[in-house]
Unconditional design. Structure first.
Length: 676
């Protein structure tokens, strides 16, 4: 189909999920909607007296729903350690901050937590939390793989350190398996003091039924040797052969030496950065959920020696290990996975719910109906979140139900193939970039007054994580973002006249995308902008995910509905910029001005070694300017916002901005059900 400039996109935005019907939950094994409060398996929660001693270094006060941190928590502070173009190892750096304190090591402590809200009332025990995903639930492996959004897996483990799910990254790094830690003055050695009493789950009839009676490690206490083996396993050939592909989220074990200074059965774990170069993202790596699980050393050795790679998936091996708040109960592949409360969890009195179920409901209308009839408690996760039309409908039907809007881990964009004409010429890429009217696009995404499906984007979140250029400055000074658009449109046509000749324009080009409404809308709107302001037409071509991959692999396409490559689970610049390294660029994005590319690669290295926060921020803003305004790999359009619908009876549930995936992995431990 040709995309004519007279086409209006608003109807397309509202088509998806416009018809909402109350239908039965399309999953096997679901329970009926409770008609009364569930019977608790324990007595109602009774808080203990307030702690006699204040927690060490209390975390900052909980932000209001609409507030965001102006800067991310620094991984270190003090003097500059890398300046100019020097990328050699440095001799000195400043120490990282101490942990903020174990402010929620038991259920009673939560009432004194700065993120606790009085309207939640007193925590209650019992009940089952049901969460919907649109991705088929699969077994996964035992090492924390999130390839298929398996939230139930991430709740089976503890992490060395973690981010507080009620405060987010603004709350700093918090203890989990490590009760405390410190860094050497040169920033190259980290010493973690491990918690005692963390146990791997005991044997269950499931193990015997699976023929795994010889599995070691069950019921044993975690010590240094277990965490050492876990950390050393990451990044190995076998670890990657298990199916990990997104290495940007992991510490590189090849450049870290992990030891147990007090012996293998002790509780002191030490990491040395063998490179001799400080790593500003080291703690961010360790605090990123999904990828930092805790395994028993004997179990890990047994598994590697007994089974070939990826056998864990076939054997549902994740069902048999773990230290976290929940322990596995069952899985029906493609349908539902269920985990149950771990009675031996080290945090006293937690979790509150009896079980957590993750359902696959691929159809959005069916999922909405299940949420509307309270057969599922939360609708939303990644691409399975509520659509804009569904949010509108929910606001009318259920005005009291919380709907959490939070920025996702990637920005919607129109991507360019920079290898072939016409977008091998940066002037053509700039011209298309300039004519896009972001304000109009966001108005079309509006869900209701004051709420949109997305926010103006560059490469960092627009909501103030502190790294990128402030959005007010972008809108006031950056070409392509300023209003009115007259000057941008004139400059865009001047550039095209310079490339093709006065009034000459290239012919119709394809815009490739997935057969989903987000991709379709991206191509349609870009087609309208280009036809109206440049006289260039796009032709929409949509494919299923697998077919789209094969279509784009050959680099014969011109444009595509895409994202800015920053899909990671931490706001830390080093992690987000991994995909902008020369050896990690997505296909068909090369042929860039060497001066810009060399400077970009240099800055990626420098900011990753810079421990002074202000200096590092300056570097990342220069990086953002290079990517968006000078290299122009794509046209950034918006940061996608996820819409998570929950229920009024869910308490302790806060879904924060900045990587909702991360916090969803930690929330069920603190969530409780109170039907009044």
């Amino acid at each position: 189909m040709k995309l004519r400039h007279s086409f209006k996109i608003r109807p397309l935005i509202t088509i998806l999920a416009a018809i909402i019907a109350v239908v039965a939950l399309a999953c096997g094994g679901e329970a009926e909607v409770p008609t009364s409060a569930p019977v608790a398996t324990k007595a109602p929660f009774v808080p203990a007296a307030a702690p006699t001693a204040a927690p060490a270094a209390a975390a900052p006060a909980a932000p209001a729903d609409t507030s965001r941190p102006t800067v991310p928590p620094p991984t270190a502070g003090g003097a500059d350690v890398v300046t100019g173009k020097n990328v050699e190892p440095v001799e000195a750096a400043t120490a990282v901050p101490a942990p903020v304190g174990d402010i929620a090591n038991d259920a009673a402590a939560l009432l004194n937590h700065p993120g606790y809200r009085e309207e939640w009332g007193t925590p209650q025990y019992g009940g089952v939390l049901r969460w919907r995903t649109n991705v088929p639930v699969r077994s996964g492996n035992a090492f924390g793989d999130s390839t298929h959004y398996i939230m139930h897996v991430t709740n089976l483990y503890d992490y060395l350190i973690q981010v507080d799910p009620w405060l987010g990254w603004a709350g700093g790094f918090n203890p989990d398996i490590a009760e405390s830690w410190e860094a050497s003055p040169d920033g190259l050695t980290y010493t973690f003091n491990l918690r005692e009493g963390v146990k791997f789950r005991n044997a269950t009839p499931q193990d015997d039924a699976a023929g795994l009676t010889d599995m070691p490690g069950r019921g044993e206490e975690l010590t240094c040797e277990d965490m050492q083996a876990t950390m050393e396993f990451r990044g190995t050939e076998r670890w990657f052969s298990e199916g990990y592909s997104n290495s940007s989220n992991y510490p590189d074990s090849a450049t870290h030496t992990w030891t147990c200074p007090d012996g293998p059965q002790g509780y002191t774990l030490q990491a040395v950065l063998d490179s001799g170069i400080p790593d500003a993202s080291f703690l961010h790596h360790l605090a990123t959920a999904y990828y930092n699980t805790s395994l028993n050393k004997e179990w890990l050795e047994w598994y590697v020696a007994t089974y070939p790679p990826k056998e864990a998936r076939q054997r549902n091996m994740f069902l048999h290990v773990g230290t976290g708040p929940f322990m596995p109960e069952s899985i029906e592949p493609e349908i539902m996975a269920r985990v149950q409360r771990n009675p031996d969890y080290f945090r006293e009195g937690m979790p509150f719910i009896d079980a957590f179920e993750n359902y696959t409901i691929q159809d959005f209308a069916t999922a909405y109906a299940a949420w509307a009839t309270q057969k599922i408690d939360v609708m939303g996760q990644g691409s399975g979140s509520m659509t804009a039309a569904q949010v509108k409908q929910a606001r009318k039907q259920f005005p009291d139900r919380p709907i959490w809007s939070n920025s996702y881990g990637g920005a919607r964009a129109l991507g360019f193939n920079t290898l072939i004409p016409p977008f091998d010429d940066v002037r053509v890429r700039k011209a298309v970039h300039l004519v896009h009217d972001r304000q109009q696009w966001h108005e079309l995404q509006k869900i209701e007054e004051g709420r949109t499906a997305g926010d103006i984007s560059a490469i960092w979140s627009p909501r103030g994580d502190g790294w990128g250029t402030p959005i007010a400055e972008i809108e006031a000074t950056w070409p392509g973002y300023m209003q009115p658009k007259d000057a941008d449109i004139a400059e865009a046509n001047r550039l095209l006249d310079e490339v093709f000749g006065a009034g000459e324009r290239p012919g119709t080009m394809d815009c490739l995308g997935r057969a989903d409404q987000i991709s379709i809308n991206t191509c349609l709107y870009s087609g309208e902008m280009m036809a109206t302001h440049l006289g260039i037409e796009l032709e929409l071509k949509t494919y299923d995910a697998a077919s789209l991959t094969s279509q784009t692999a050959g680099c014969g396409w011109k444009t595509s509905a895409s994202v800015m490559p920053s899909w990671v689970l931490s706001p830390d610049p080093t992690l987000r910029l991994v995909r902008y390294k020369t050896n990690a660029l997505s296909s068909c994005r090369d042929n860039i001005d060497p001066a810009h590319m060399d400077r970009l690669q240099e800055l990626i290295v420098l900011q990753g070694r810079e421990l002074d926060l202000a200096t590092r921020q300056g570097m990342t803003r220069e990086i953002e300017d290079l990517i968006v305004n000078k290299i122009v790999w794509a046209v950034p359009m918006e940061w996608q916002n996820l819409q998570h619908g929950s229920q009024t009876y869910l308490k302790g549930l806060i879904i924060l901005d900045q990587s909702a995936h991360h916090f969803l992995a930690l929330l069920p431990e603190r969530t409780w059900i109170d039907r009044g």
